[in-house]
Design a protein around this ligand. Sequence first.
Ligand SMILES: [Zn+2]
Length: 350
Amino acid sequence: MNRAVTNIAIPAMMEIGENVIDTLGERLRQHGFQSVTIMWDGFVEASYGSRLLAALDGCSAEPVLLDRTFSIQEITGRAFQLPASDVLIGMGGGAVIDMAKYTAFLRKIPVISIPTSASNDGFASSGCSLIVNGRKTSVPAKIPFGIVAELTILQKAPDPFILAGIGDLMSNITALYDWQFEEKQGAGTVNAFAEMLSKKAVNSFIRTPMADIHAPVLLKELISSMTMSGIATEISGSSAPISGSEHLISHALDQWADHPQMHGIQVGVAAYIMALVHEHRFERMRKVFERTGFFDYVRTLGMKQADFLMAIDRAPKVKPNRHTYLHEEAYRLKAKQAVQSDPVLKTILH
Ligand SMILES: [Zn+2]
């Protein structure tokens, strides 16, 4: 089911740059926010806590430590114990930002995401991934009111986090191809504007110099492309513009593999597999993954060929209501053949 959307929410505050975090208090006051609740984990509090609190001088700020990943039931319980505040800030990796997004959604207050790594597009998207009955599940929430991407912090994230972000972004290519296929099968409707945004987002990144993945120009491009991708999901009312068969493979690995890897790493490998199946832009994708060192990193992980073969078979079960290429047996077969015969995949999966 696709619903027509004419009114969409977009972030009102969008800051990408060096030292943008240090003027956050001023920005909050411009938007009329006085009181703020901050959610972070112990690492972020120790590394950047005093910097953020100094930046919020003049607002009343209440930090809340999230010392582990809470289930959706726990988040709901905790959300209503929090003191009232005008705005919520989630600062950290994907899990912390998702917990903050969902808390803000329940409390009906705006949320500002401050990602400390660009490892996935969660900081800009409307949905979040939470633990429901012991399993990671996609749950709807709201697109953040603000995104503050502090490059001096994002640059310090270790290589794998940036590579994961690149993997997640490259999957727009295969997700869009699946979405068009789905429409042809009469199983969905492509929203042309969401499609355009998602495509422009990934194409703009592809043209960026990639010799140094910590370079501000690359990180800026990665973050803004992911933000555009997040807005594409808001427009379409679904994750389809940025999530297709490659995400199903990753979700199947999360559920059934012994040692799942970072979301964007799994998604990147799966996107390359699906680009081979689609016979669409796989050379371009291979070049990006070679130039950035993505494949070199994956080679060190000991990811198993057998896990990918299993995940391809189980992919349709993850979202039975969709109709991607992997929902047809002939293409699952083609995907498994690619895993076993592609020269790159043969060297990175063991
Ligand atoms: Zn993703």
